[in-house]
Design a protein around this ligand. Structure first.
Ligand code: GDP
Ligand code: GDP
Length: 455
């Protein structure tokens, strides 16, 4: 009841990340090599030349905050998006489609030195269907003698082509003026790309647990492959997937897809992949076989997630194979082997049939919201004050360590530091973490509890 009383005076909403109106979104689309990324760099005023002639430059972001004439907007760069064996035509169209879906206005970039190609015409058709304002960019018009090339692009039927040189900056001011006029004040398309870019998710689990099946099931037709490793392979590394009305970034999916062609991934290889995916992710979805016992490998993977400090969602896959007997055993195993992660949201699903796949997004949202949570210092100390008054630390060797003050210096994951007059028992620290969870939620996020001891 004491916790209920504590919560009484508090506004739980204050603990949630605040939603601000999202700025309008400007998508930059077009064929490969027309200069989209160069133009994006120009727009966001980035100095370093990240655009290289080598295919497969790794770009780790797709959206950027930018400003022109006092207006803040988000630029979506499709420049690094992969186009593979599926055929360049279809790829470009798919990429453009996802970008346009999230955009309030579109910069359609054409290489004026090449002129309109059949791929360009296919994109124009798509843009017409979508009905967003489109500004036609005739790029690579480096000097006035090339402006005649730009004029031929009237033929695309998108109105006036804006001749620019993304490399030299020529004409980009007029272009941006036109873009600002086309953009609304706040985004009308729901901010499909969250501020700060798509949230980054790692799909983890032992071989054959169903990772690639789940990825295929989630991606469906809305899959966009991004990023290329710079090495000899051309495997896509990350994929952007639209789920629950937002774009998510599934990291390091190459390992998942590649496994389809391998007999059996070694344990060593699997743990390397797990680690590399965790390094890039914010939240891990650990898949477990609901029809088989929780294995040592499962526990090891979970330990890697815990060590990484990432948010966690547990997905019990292959639920279509579940029967009553197995279900009873599974609940027991969960109590026994997964007690240390009972704070993680749990989703029972079937990657094969798609059953319950829509439960993943609410679980991810919950875990990430917890991971982002900051408890104001006043609340934290009020909570601890009442907790310690009701349950003081046991006396050890005639001394009783006291907690003087607490603060949460960081999030992702939440890290709380206690200033004390002596070391707190591990059992007492676990008790505090348990009570923090009971009071503030933190479902799906680890909590780090640090101490500063004043002797
Ligand atoms: P993307 O694939 O559409 O993102 O194209 P990039 O931005 O990577 O550019 C492809 C190539 O075109 C690069 O070699 C750029 O340096 C070059 N490029 C981009 N913009 C211009 C421009 O305005 N003028 C000229 N001459 N080259 C450009
Ligand atoms: P990965 O190694 O983790 O990527 O696993 P895969 O996605 O390749 O799946 C391994 C095997 O399990 C394949 O034969 C899948 O068809 C099967 N599988 C995956 N998910 C399910 C599921 O939900 N139910 C059933 N019955 N089989 C599944």
């Amino acid at each position: 009841e004491e916790d209920a009383a504590l919560l009484g005076g508090w506004d739980q909403d204050e603990l949630e990340p605040q939603d601000q109106p999202a700025p309008p979104v400007l998508a930059v689309v077009g064929r490969p090599n027309v200069g989209k990324s160069t133009l994006v760099n120009r727009i966001i005023g980035r100095r370093e030349a990240v655009v290289e002639d080598v295919p497969g430059v790794t770009r780790d972001r797709v959206s950027y905050e930018a400003e022109w004439g006092g207006k803040v907007f988000t630029v979506v760069d499709t420049g690094g998006w992969e186009h593979d064996a599926k055929g360049i035509h279809q790829r470009v169209a798919e990429q453009a489609e996802l970008a346009v879906d999230v955009a309030d206005a579109v910069l359609f970039v054409v290489d004026a030195t090449v002129g309109a190609t059949s791929t360009d015409e296919a994109v124009v058709k798509l843009l017409r269907r979508k009905g967003r304002p489109v500004i036609l960019v005739a790029n690579k018009v480096d000097d006035i003698s090339q402006e005649a090339d730009a004029a031929t692009l009237w033929g695309l039927g998108l109105g006036q082509p804006y001749p620019v040189s993304a490399v030299h900056g020529r004409g980009t001011g007029d272009l941006l003026d036109a873009a600002m006029e086309a953009l609304p004040e706040v985004t009308e398309y729901g901010g499909l790309i969250p501020r700060g870019g798509p949230r980054r998710v790692a799909l983890l689990g032992r071989p054959n647990v169903g990772k690639s099946s789940l990825l295929n099931q989630l991606a469906g037709s809305h899959r966009v492959v991004v990023d290329d490793t710079a090495g000899t392979t051309r495997d896509p590394v990350d994929e952007l997937v639209e789920l629950g009305g937002r774009v998510w970034r599934f990291v390091d999916t190459a390992g998942i897809r590649r496994r389809q062609h391998m007999a059996h991934g070694s344990d060593y290889y699997a743990s390397l992949r797990t680690q590399s995916a965790l390094d890039k992710a914010e939240v891990a979805v650990v898949l477990l076989e609901s029809s088989e016992v929780v294995s040592e490998q499962d526990v090891r993977i979970l330990q890697l997630v815990l060590d990484s400090g990432r948010a966690l969602v547990l997905a019990f896959n292959k639920w279509d194979l579940m029967d009553e007997d197995r279900r009873t055993y599974l609940e027991r195993e969960i109590d026994r082997d997964l007690a240390h992660v009972q704070w993680a949201p749990r989703v029972n699903l079937s990657a094969k049939t798609g059953w319950h796949k829509d439960r993943l997004v609410p679980a991810l949202d919950k875990a990430l919201a917890s991971w982002d949570t900051r408890i104001p210092t006043g609340k934290l100390n009020a909570f601890l004050g009442e907790l310690v008054a009701a349950h003081p630390h046991p006396v050890r060797g005639g001394k009783q360590p006291r907690i003087l003050f607490a603060t949460q210096p960081s999030t992702q994951p939440p890290r709380i530091v206690l200033f004390t007059t002596g070391f707190l028992d591990p059992g007492y620290r676990r008790f505090i973490i348990r009570r923090l969870r009971e009071t503030f939620g933190f479902e799906g996020s680890p909590i780090e509890l640090g101490m500063r001891v004043r002797e």
